[in-house]
Design a protein around this ligand. Structure first.
Ligand SMILES: [Zn+2]
Length: 426
């Protein structure tokens, strides 16, 4: 397991080094036309951003999410895509997803991913110099616009003919509907008929995401013999539930805390003679002269690959099983978002994007440290095909008041996406 991780890290460093010395070719005549078209139509891209930001679409506002989807659906239909809105079962309380597809026979089959829901609501589009303020502007309505305008440009250049492209905008990225087998089923199906995936979440101007850590939850439950505190440590009484919980946590800390990209955070703890556990709340009762009968700890686990997750879980179970006298404990794990591991395929895509960027005169693109990024939609399909994320807008204050997208870099991001998709679909 450790070997796998160090191999991943070695591959990471190697490919960064390799891409630094990548050979840069210039733009072809057709590619230059694509660039010129984007320069002449940037105002249209900003207008579409304004229109979609001004429709409020927090995940729980199903009508708003669908309305943004309807605007984009019409836009994709105007490019000759077969666009459809996919509803989710009513009990999931999610708006659904937009899928726009174009069939053909040429080049790689490209899957482009965005999301039309936001976390917050309430701030309308407002332009101040090169900044476009508004809820969801950076995360990720500007990224959605990058996808659409890259394709619109290719269509105008006649370069989409026979290309195979699927665009998927999910309506619940910020809080995915459960079960995820259903809410991410259509995305997985789209990935299975594609060769690679590009996701346009907000990112930095010269970095892209080749890996994202996954997340999982865990609950530790300890029970123990209870009685007069003066009896603790005696054979008939044992150590009590709280010492056992402390032993387990300390051994997690001693054994696992130095593993690269692995984190585990015990978030809530309670112990005593009695505890009551509800969603998000644990309360405990106890007396200082009674050996505690019970203890509960809840936490999370973040990992760079399924192998690392499984190895960490095995180690944690092993530690939990070594009970102190008079106690017993069990740990249960729940799956959250899978990891997007940094595969060779992802680095090969990064290298292609890097070449495109340098050919455009926009400089090198490097890999973002996976420790710097949370989980996201791309992680549900990254095990199926080479993937890259963070290709959308640059900006700031995502998931906060004062969110903005940087309009100065918007045409640059569209050009990078358009030329990359152009080259992939030849
Ligand atoms: Zn996002």
């Amino acid at each position: 397991m450790k070997k796998t991780i160090s191999k991943i890290i070695a591959a990471f460093s190697f490919v960064i080094l390799f891409s630094t010395f990548g050979y840069a070719q210039k733009l072809s005549g057709e590619e230059q036309k694509i660039v010129n078209y984007i320069d002449a139509h940037t105002d249209e891209a900003v207008a579409l951003l304004e229109k979609t930001v001004n429709i409020e679409s927090p995940t729980e506002n199903l009508a708003g999410v669908k309305q943004v989807g309807t605007v984009l659906k019409q836009e994709f239909e105007s490019l000759g895509f077969n666009a459809k809105w996919i509803e989710m079962p009513a009990e999931m309380k999610r708006a659904g997803h937009l899928v726009a597809e174009k069939t053909g026979t040429k080049g790689k089959r490209v899957l482009l991913i965005g999301h039309i829901d936001t976390v917050l609501s309430g701030e309308k589009f407002r332009r101040d110099g090169s900044k476009a303020y508004g809820t969801g502007s950076a995360d990720m309505k500007a990224g959605n616009v990058v996808i659409f305008f890259a394709l619109k440009t290719l269509q105008a250049a006649g370069a989409l003919k026979d290309a195979r492209v699927i665009v998927m905008y999910t309506g619940d990225e910020e809080n995915s509907g459960k079960p995820t087998e259903i809410s991410r089923g259509d995305m997985i199906a789209a990935a299975k008929r594609s060769d690679l995936a590009l996701s346009f979440e907000n990112g930095g101007s010269n970095i892209a995401t080749v890996a994202r850590r996954g997340s999982s939850g865990w609950t530790l439950e300890v029970t123990a013999k209870t009685g007069h505190s003066a009896q603790i440590f005696k054979e008939s009484m044992g150590s009590g539930a709280i010492f056992e919980a402390a032993r387990i946590l300390n051994q997690f800390y001693e054994t696992l805390r130095n593993e690269k990209y692995l984190t585990f955070n015990p978030a809530v703890i309670a112990g005593g003679t009695e505890i009551e556990a509800k969603e998000g709340i644990i309360t405990a009762k106890g007396k200082s002269n009674v050996v505690p009968a019970t203890a509960t700890v809840r936490g999370d686990l973040r990992f760079i690959s399924e192998a690392q997750k499984e190895a960490a879980r095995a180690k944690m179970r092993e530690i939990v099983a070594k009970s102190l006298p008079g106690t017993s404990a069990q740990i249960t794990f729940s799956d959250g978002i899978p990891a997007m591991p940094p595969t060779e395929g992802n680095f090969a895509l990064l290298k292609q994007l890097d070449t495109v960027s340098q050919d455009l005169g926009f400089g090198k693109i490097e890999a973002l440290d996976p420790g710097e990024r949370g989980a996201g939609d791309i992680s549900y399909i990254a095990n199926l095909l080479p993937s890259l994320d963070g290709l959308g807008a640059t900006g700031g204050k995502a998931h906060a008041r004062g969110e903005y997208a940087d309009l100065e870099t918007l045409p640059r991001q569209i050009k990078r996406a358009a030329i990359l998709i152009y080259r992939l679909t030849r």
